[in-house]
Design a protein around this ligand. Structure first.
Ligand SMILES: [Zn+2]
Length: 435
């Protein structure tokens, strides 16, 4: 067994300074770093091997990658459980004239038919690069599918997935349009089937936008069951406390014994309901084993527009879901597109909003964009622990809280123990009194 990577002198969130050894993409050991290790610029002995006297020289083993982290904080890999890479970075070319949801829908659907595969790929690749730079090693992207555009977005993102496979685990969700039900939905149902044939990893959609949300949910669950795939639905982005698509999904999963993973994204209406309803529905969601992804930035951007007094924040019922034992992750959603003009593609930004607007404690918020996000994505745990996947990020911070608050510009992203991105922030203030 040979080491493939050594991350020396890492600071763990519990305060330990350790050396992490990675073999074949998995953390093999985590040992206390000795003071003598600190400040070295290479592996002990220079990482070179010599043959023994008189023995035939063995073929030189490939030396392990060696990274002296110098006390950088080493965290489990960040994950983006809900992106829209096909829409990302289009805010300048697909202009949302009013800045609200209707403006976004009108702008996007007026333009999407004319967007080329090359343009989609270029923006998706740039958004992926931004994410990886920030420490993300897993992305789940919803991708538009519909009667007007077919499955070409899925094909474009499939190529992005292939090109980026060394950097990031990319999951592609077929986000099918409306209507999906009734005779008017036949074209979208065919487009969904084509998307699954084209390589989508999950079935997705937005039931609250269909005239028959419960039937929409059933169409998605049936299509996913037939294809043997998980489901991730945009449940709703409405402040209407009477919306019920989350119930339709949980009951649909329980009634048919749906065997694959199911995720409910947004679930904004749940946050608007009475506490008794929240508790009842959260218990149902927990029973069905459905995971929830909350998307604070886009919902803060889109919801409550026009409400001048006490505008709701548009987040789901985080406390009720936690009390019921529902797995909840945090995602970034749209990135500088008509649906969200802001966004830095940094999970620390999402975590910060979960602290500020969702009132989670920092360590909890950090888990939602790392361990919980990977769990909901069906990925193995990634952290500095023997046996865990070595998808890790080192940041220039002394604690998880500081990392979220400061969003350090100095980071190192490790995928399967290999360095895949390194950013370094340099500040120059000549004559500064603190120098
Ligand atoms: Zn979304």
């Amino acid at each position: 067994m040979s080491a493939s990577c050594i991350l020396a002198d890492a600071l763990l969130p519990d305060g330990r300074r350790v050396d992490v050894t990675v073999v074949d993409g998995v953390v093999a050991s985590v040992e206390q770093a000795t003071p003598a290790d600190r400040g070295t610029s290479g592996p002990p002995g220079g990482g070179e091997s010599t043959g023994g006297d008189g023995d035939p020289a063995p073929a030189p083993a490939e030396p392990p990658e060696y990274h002296d982290l110098g006390g950088m904080l080493l965290l489990g890999g960040l994950a983006e459980p809900h992106a829209h890479l096909d829409k990302a970075l289009s805010a300048e070319t697909v202009v949302n004239a009013t800045g609200d949801l209707i403006g976004a829908i009108e702008a996007w659907h007026g333009h999407r038919g004319g967007i080329t595969t090359e343009n989609t790929m270029a923006r998706a690749l740039r958004a992926t690069e931004i994410a990886v730079e920030h420490g993300v090693t897993a992305i789940r992207s919803h991708v538009d599918v519909g009667v007007d555009i077919g499955a070409r977005g899925i094909e474009a993102l499939g190529e992005v997935r292939r090109l980026c496979r060394r950097l990031v685990d990319l999951q592609i969700v077929a986000l099918v349009g409306v209507p999906l039900t009734g005779s008017g939905g036949a074209g979208n149902r065919r487009a969904l089937a084509a998307a699954l044939d084209a390589g989508a990893d999950l079935v997705g959609g937005a039931p609250a936008l269909d005239p028959r949300p419960a039937e929409y949910v059933n169409v998605c669950l049936d299509a996913a069951a037939e294809a043997g795939l998980p489901v991730d639905l945009h449940i709703d982005e409405t402040l209407d406390p009477d919306a019920r698509a989350i119930i339709d999904l949980a009951r649909g999963v329980l009634d048919r014994g749906f065997p694959h993973a199911v995720t409910a994204s947004h679930c904004v209406s749940l946050g608007m309901m009475r506490e008794t309803d929240q508790r009842e529905i959260a218990a149902l969601v927990a029973e069905a084993g459905v995971g929830v992804v909350t998307l604070p930035q886009t919902n803060l951007f889109l919801q409550s527009r026009g409400r001048r007094t006490a505008p709701p924040r548009g987040l789901t019922a985080l406390a009720a879901l936690a009390e019921a034992g529902v797995r909840v992750a945090g995602g970034g959603d749209n990135l500088q597109d008509p649906f969200n003009l802001m966004g830095r593609g940094d999970p620390f930004e999402t975590a910060s909003l979960l602290v500020t607007a969702g009132h989670l404690l920092p360590d909890d918020a950090l888990r939602r964009v790392s361990a919980s996000a990977r769990d909901i994505m069906g990925l193995p745990a990634a952290e500095a622990r023997p046996g865990a996947t070595a998808d890790l990020v080192a940041v220039d911070a002394s604690s998880g809280r500081e990392a979220i608050a400061a969003a350090p510009g100095t980071r190192k992203t490790f995928k399967a123990g290999r360095l895949v991105a390194h950013t370094a922030r340099r500040v120059v203030v000549p004559g500064a009194p603190w120098a």
